[in-house]
Design a protein around this ligand. Structure first.
Ligand SMILES: [Cu+2]
Length: 313
């Protein structure tokens, strides 16, 4: 009994099968073709958009003609962008020699800056008294350090560094590469450093505009605005009197602003002279968010850092 009864379903299925499978095949092939065409088109669109956008913003954000550098109080899109989020920008790449540190043990940070041809860069413009500024901070924005490494003839920068607590840390290299034709390219690159161990992240302190460090009261006035260069005025007092500030890095203070959440690094422009006994900076915040301000100031030969959280709704 292998033959199916004439009215049974199998017969129908047999006769209907070629039509259905042909239809199915046509749908599948058509669908695949459509998917391939669409995917190809979308891929091209994506590729074009990414390439054009990345290239343009890298050039617009980080290349400055000689003499103007990164120190104009500009309000253009370049001033509003956060940097330090990438190991490569504007054709320059940071290449750390090693990124692993033993928490709490003295170590050394060593890195090179390479150009687009992978050659080590050895010529840097002196900006704020130094050819290279390095900021190190843990991902929870604790443990801030501001360092000035020395460069060997082969372009290797090195500086003693201790990461006091376990965690992932970000090192920023803030510099202006000097091309042979004298053009300066101001870049801030970021690379992660690792101190193995139990990471115990600390919440960011509440937003305030005044704080105390080593017996100094430090406060600031001014309200940052998204996309605009706004003055922030810092006053440092000791026992109710203006502290005797000394020049540090070509000005009476050095301010670093980092964004919580992605550790974006902001452009900050100091003024070289005191303004009515206060230190004035021009700060451009790229948008809403929570930021951490680190103000380095020097009194009696000692550099201290005052820290503030800033909430920008
Ligand atoms: Cu510095």
């Amino acid at each position: 009994m292998t033959d199916p009864p004439p009215d049974a379903e199998p017969a129908d299925r047999v006769s209907a099968a070629p039509d259905r499978s042909t239809l199915r095949l046509a749908l599948v092939v058509g669908g695949l073709l459509l998917a391939v065409l669409l995917g190809f088109g979308l891929g091209r669109m994506d590729g074009d958009a990414t390439t054009a956008g990345g290239y343009d913003s890298a050039l617009a954000g980080h290349t400055h003609p000689p003499g103007t550098g990164a120190h104009e109080h500009g309000t253009g899109p370049d001033a509003a962008e956060a940097t330090g989020l990438s190991v490569s920008a504007a054709g320059y790449t940071i290449a750390p020699v090693a990124v692993d540190f033993a928490a709490g043990r003295p170590g050394e940070l060593r890195f090179r800056i390479r150009d687009a041809q992978r050659r080590p860069v050895t010529r840097f413009a002196v900006v704020h008294d130094k050819p290279m500024h390095v900021i190190v901070v843990r991902r929870d924005l604790t443990g801030y350090q501001h360092l000035h490494p020395a460069m060997a003839a082969d372009g290797t920068w090195s500086v003693p560094l201790t990461l006091p607590q376990p965690g992932v840390w970000r090192a920023y290299a803030d510099f202006a590469a000097l091309a042979e034709d004298g053009r300066q390219t101001a870049v801030t690159l970021g690379a992660d450093l690792v101190a193995a161990g139990d990471y115990d992240p600390r919440p960011l302190p509440a937003a305030v505009t005044s704080t105390a460090v080593d017996g100094f009261a430090v406060g600031y006035q001014g309200t940052p605005q998204a996309g605009r260069s706004v003055p922030l005025i810092f006053r440092i007092t000791a026992e109710g009197r203006a502290a005797a500030l000394e020049r540090y890095l070509g000005a009476y203070g050095h301010l670093v602003v980092l964004r919580a959440g992605d550790l974006g690094y902001l452009h900050v422009h100091p003024e070289p002279e005191l303004v009515d006994g206060a230190v004035r900076f021009w700060v451009t915040v790229p948008g809403p968010g929570t930021y951490r301000l680190f103000l380095d100031f020097q009194v009696a030969g000692v550099v201290r850092t005052a820290e503030f959280t800033l909430d920008l709704p």
